[in-house]
Design a protein around this ligand. Sequence first.
Ligand code: SF4
Ligand code: SF4
Length: 386
Amino acid sequence: MTIRPPIAMLAELTHRCPLSCPYCSNPVELARTETELPTEDWVRVFGEAAELGVLQLHLSGGEPASRRNLAELVRAARAAGLYTNLITSGIGLTEARLRELDAAGLDHIQLSLQGTDAEMADAIGGYRGGFMRKMQVAGWIKAIGFPLTLNTVLHRRNLHQLPRALEMAEEMGARRIEVATVQFHGWALKNRDALMPTREQAKEATRIVAEARARLKGRLVVDYVPADYHSDYPKRCMGGWGTTGLNVAPDGTVLPCHAAQTIPHLTFENVRDKPLSEIWYQSPAFNAYRGTGWMPEPCQSCDRREADFGGCRCQAMALAGDAGATDPVCIKSPHHAALQARAAAHAEGPDALIYRIAPGKPLPLIAGAATGSEARPAERIAAENS
Ligand code: SF4
Ligand code: SF4
């Protein structure tokens, strides 16, 4: 099998984040600040990525603005010849910092939106005043002229806000909006009951997106991740395992996808120990689910096998207990009917949200919030946002 170089790399600069979104797909156990790769290692890794063939670098987290030397990292990435995209909640960015990032050569920004008004956004992000700050940041982004993508994560609580999110993308001058229905990885798995959309909501979102794509053609690109538990076929996860992109976690661990560490039998290598190119081409974890040779039936003889590569390996692990199984989202999976029944049950589950509160982080400012730590996650029932 010919292994092509990756096009994109997601650099998770830190897991620190001022928000506490219940849909966060970062792992339950976050990388601690003292384990984060130092700047000189990131600079080396950006150079290795460019040599390997990576074209686009997504600077992510956590909240990448939590790294004080973000502009230095952007400058180094641009010097290596990479197109740089900052994925941010906006919290921690000031106008001066954005201008510094512009001067460093930042090419593009993706701004996340937890809701279309302060009540929803602050309750979901667990950060009072966050929406107002984000709107301010959106204004600075527009004034400086950064190309912008608005990222929205939709779930049972906020799916009705999709039409307004589309309007806001236009008002902010965004070129693209990512409308992603919540994916249940990492912390989000704890909130399946509270966040799972109903089948009717999922269908309505698909209708709104189709209508918006036709209406906004040429003005705004609408990317869409449907509610896969309610779908008949799985997504082409990561464009195919080990084909298009790779993730580098805050501690330097190199992953084929964001959630890959949930697959217990795989061992992942680290940029502190090996060059990126060696990890991409030779590591057993990257080769485990490349191509189609690993596939079981019904995928092996299916004419969609090179379209979706059997779906998501992490989802197969989480839902079928076997990372090598057909993604249970697929109608041909023996687990599909059970998954659809579970989706319907989750959609009628309790509304209480479970928030992550990292050690040392100020409490999200929701009335009635309890204190807690990452080791003993606080379960905060935000009654007023139900
Ligand atoms: S999903 Fe929310 S909590 Fe998680 S990293 Fe993004 S902004 Fe932070
Ligand atoms: S059987 Fe496998 S390859 Fe075919 S559609 Fe389902 S997941 Fe995709």
